[in-house]
Design a protein around this ligand. Structure first.
Ligand code: ADP
Length: 193
């Protein structure tokens, strides 16, 4: 590593953001499977793009097709999955895009590491806890995963036989059984003001 030198570009971050007319940031949605992370992130992405603001959804399931192909759901692999997504989000934020991370990210340490990396880089990081009760997630079961986990066809499923560590001080908490999608989107977009 000591032979590797950081090669800067010609534009500083403020110059880059001024040239683009937009500032980057990371919005990190965490919560159980089926809690509504992807649904909310997709709607927020659309809202921002319609307003001309660069935004990009980093969906954990989607990234497992490419960047994170080969990683499973052991504690180590989940940790590496979260680490990589955190690094990609940071680069996107640096580049001037609003990175919308949707990742169960069940462990506090992984989320805190992404937060710390953004803080060290001087980039905004907003943790959004999509706090939907597990009974509601189980009832929705949009991908049929709860049914399969309960039948024993999937192991280490968050909320069933793998823990979810609740955020301690999220910037925003959304109970999707209490607020509708439009309100959830408004609250998330409001973080950027
Ligand atoms: P996750 O990305 O957290 O696994 P998804 O977004 O894939 O969850 O699925 C959430 C499901 O809950 C979708 O079928 C969505 O239509 C439904 N849903 C119902 N009410 C809400 C709400 N207020 N916010 C977000 N999703 C909701």
């Amino acid at each position: 590593m000591s032979d590797i030198t950081w090669h800067g570009g010609h534009f500083s971050r403020p110059q880059r953001w001024a040239a683009l007319g937009h500032a980057g940031a990371t919005i990190w949605l965490t919560g159980l499977s089926g809690s509504g992370k992807s649904t909310i992130a997709a709607a927020v992405e659309a809202r921002l793009l319609e307003a001309g603001r660069p935004a990009y959804m980093l969906d954990g399931d989607n990234l497992r097709h490419g960047l994170n192909a080969g990683l499973g759901f052991s504690a180590e692999d989940r940790d590496e999955n979260v680490r990589r997504v955190g690094e990609v989000a940071l680069l996107m934020a640096e580049a001037g895009t609003v990175a919308l991370v949707c990742l169960i990210s069940p462990f506090r340490a992984g989320r805190d590491r992404a937060r710390a990396a953004h803080a060290a880089a001087g980039l905004d990081f907003f943790e959004v806890w999509v706090n939907t009760p597990i009974e509601v997630c189980r009832r929705r079961d949009p991908k049929g995963l709860y049914a399969r986990a309960e039948a024993g066809a999937i192991q280490s499923f968050t909320g069933i036989d793998s823990p979810y560590e609740e955020p301690v001080r999220p910037e925003l908490e959304i109970r999707t059984d209490e607020v509708d999608l439009a309100e959830a989107v408004a609250r998330v977009v409001g973080l950027l003001d």
